[in-house]
Write a new protein. Structure first.
Length: 114
């Protein structure tokens, strides 16, 4: 019975929707943003929230401002979400996210990025 439960859990994991996308970590003091792509939006958001709780910086590019302005000066913002296709490989998904990131970057008129 235990093996059957493990199989059901494994199958459910394989069938879950994979949501990636483009997100920014914005410094509310300077209005600078770090624009990034991820294949796992929920996991990335959870890592950001954990970093804020523990005071650790989520990205080395932000470290100096993180130390200067504090963790509470940064917010996580979802810019665009994209669902991975059933037959899409991880590489294809990453390529699509890269193109989407370039398109999103063009929408930021001020270009105030890390």
């Amino acid at each position: 019975m235990e093996n059957q439960n493990k199989k059901l859990i494994r199958d459910a994991y394989k069938q879950r929707k994979v949501i990636g996308g483009i997100y920014s970590i914005k410094n509310t003091k300077t209005d600078k943003s770090l624009l990034m792509a991820t294949t796992d939006m929920n996991g990335t958001k959870n890592r950001f929230e954990f970093a804020q709780m523990t005071g650790s910086c989520v990205n080395f590019q932000l470290q100096e401002d993180w130390n200067k302005f504090g963790k509470e000066s940064f917010v996580f913002e979802i810019v665009e979400e994209l669902e991975k296709g059933e037959l899409q490989t991880t590489k294809e998904f990453q390529d699509d996210l890269s193109v989407l990131k370039d398109m999103c970057k063009e929408r930021f008129l001020d270009g105030n990025f890390y």
